[in-house]
Design a protein. Structure first.
Lengths: 152, 285
């Protein structure tokens, strides 16, 4: 049975079981592979997407519960092919390592810095407690986010 | 609202719809709220129910009603919304601290009050200890009617509830309690607590403890109160250090559960420090 979804502004239909985790539909059915399927228990944050603007671990969301709420994935951040300010500052600070955790970090920080554009380092760290970096590159992530917060 | 999907999930638009769907499915059906436990069952090697009734979008279950004599929290209120709406509202400081420090921001935006209470297999649940201290009641509904039971009783029977029963709200009486909550993590944040202590104290005009509740979570299989320590503290001035010292003498009240995060003895051993911190937090509430 079809499940309609709104993903990055587009109306899509999934044919998977309604209890299927959203991360699997994004990656396997719609080829949106930015969100990563890693821990699959909501601990590491690599699968984070926005649902109605709220960072959400997509491994714990059955598609049948999403309804008419809008899903945004990391692919939507570079609208029109131009990197978002957060993505730009991450590039400037040479933050990316293996890239597994990075899409989730971008989604969390995009939402967080929208709500708290002048956040300090401690607030940024607190916002990222649900994002585990296997490369342990946290300091550069925080440096970059703090630099963006200082600019705004 | 119904799911256009298959027969494994029905998204209820009202409590009546949810109860009818649960009654229809009997033992095969179960409510689905935030999903932060249910979606992890496969990874834990446990089976999911054959059929779920989604209750997370029902407006009544997402409401918080703050009255003069009681606070009613809908079962599907998330930890984040609880914090946003009850911060600074007496006597909820301990409860707000527990909800606001649970897991990670993303999980706090999904996990619900009702789900946290129902997760009988999750010993480290953050909300039972403060709710025990607040003398909270759990509102249960089924097609047979409405029932309210003490949260302590609910924790004891939750694994064996009649099929078709839905937790619809938690009701907290507003009493002049000072409340605090303290938890110990093995990481700085984003982890399940090794142990949790929640405390609610009512002080008399002379500043001495008239009434007190202390509850411990994550140490044993289910959260529970610490009656002997409560008795020891009644009639004394509430001093954080003294409370911790008295806790040292009452540790045989608990048998800690062994887990991969910490051995049982360690969970018990850290309780005096947590009692001290919870008392200090209550005094600053």
């Amino acid at each position: 049975m079809p499940t309609p979804l709104i993903i990055n502004g587009e109306h899509r239909v999934s044919w998977r079981d309604s209890m299927t985790p959203l991360i699997d539909v994004l990656r396997d059915e719609f080829s949106l592979t930015g969100a990563k399927s890693v821990c699959r228990e909501g601990v590491c944050g690599a699968c984070t997407v926005h649902i109605d603007g709220q960072p959400t671990v997509s491994c714990l969301v059955p598609i049948g519960t999403v309804g008419d709420r809008e899903i945004r994935t990391v692919e939507s951040l570079a609208a029109g092919g131009e990197l978002s300010p957060l993505q730009q500052v991450m590039e400037e600070h040479d933050v990316v390592q293996c890239g597994m955790c990075f899409p989730g970090i971008l989604m969390v920080l995009t939402s967080f810095l929208h709500e708290r554009p002048h956040a300090d380092r401690d607030e940024i760290k607190a916002a990222l407690v649900g994002n585990i970096c296997r490369c342990t590159g946290y300091e550069r992530v925080v440096d970059a986010a703090a630099a963006l917060a200082r600019r705004s | 609202m119904t799911s256009p999907g298959d027969e494994r999930l029905f998204m209820a638009g009202s409590v009546a719809e949810a109860l009818a769907a649960l009654a229809d499915r009997g033992c095969e059906g179960a409510p689905f709220a935030g999903g932060t436990s249910i979606m992890r069952l496969p990874i834990w090697g446990a089976p999911q129910a054959a059929f779920y009734v989604g209750v997370g979008r029902i407006p009544e279950l997402n409401a918080i009603d703050v009255g003069d004599d009681r606070i009613r929290i809908g079962a599907c209120v998330t930890h984040s919304r609880l914090v946003a709406q009850l911060a600074g509202t007496a006597p909820c400081d301990g409860l707000v601290a527990a909800a606001g420090s649970a897991a990670s921001p993303s999980i706090r935006g999904m996990a619900t009050v009702g789900g946290n209470l129902c997760a009988w297999h999750f010993s480290a649940a953050d909300l039972p200890p403060p709710l025990l201290c607040l003398d909270a009641e759990v509102e249960l509904r089924s097609t047979a009617g409405v029932e309210r039971i003490a949260v302590e009783r609910f924790l004891a029977i939750r694994q064996d509830m009649e099929p078709g029963t839905l937790v619809t709200a938690v009701i907290i009486p507003r009493r002049p309690f000072l409340t605090g909550n303290a938890r110990l993590l093995m990481r700085t944040a984003g982890d399940n607590p090794v142990a949790t202590v929640s405390l609610a104290a009512m002080l008399g005009q002379n500043g001495l403890v008239e009434d007190i509740r202390i509850a411990v979570g994550s140490v044993e299989r289910s959260a529970r109160r610490w009656p002997r320590l409560e008795q020891r503290l009644k009639g004394l001035a509430l001093e954080a250090r003294k409370a911790g010292e008295l806790a040292e003498t009452e540790l045989d009240a608990f048998t800690g559960r062994d887990g991969i995060d910490a051995p049982g003895w360690y969970r018990v051993q850290v309780l005096p420090a947590l009692v001290r911190r919870a008392a200090a937090a209550a005094l600053h509430s």
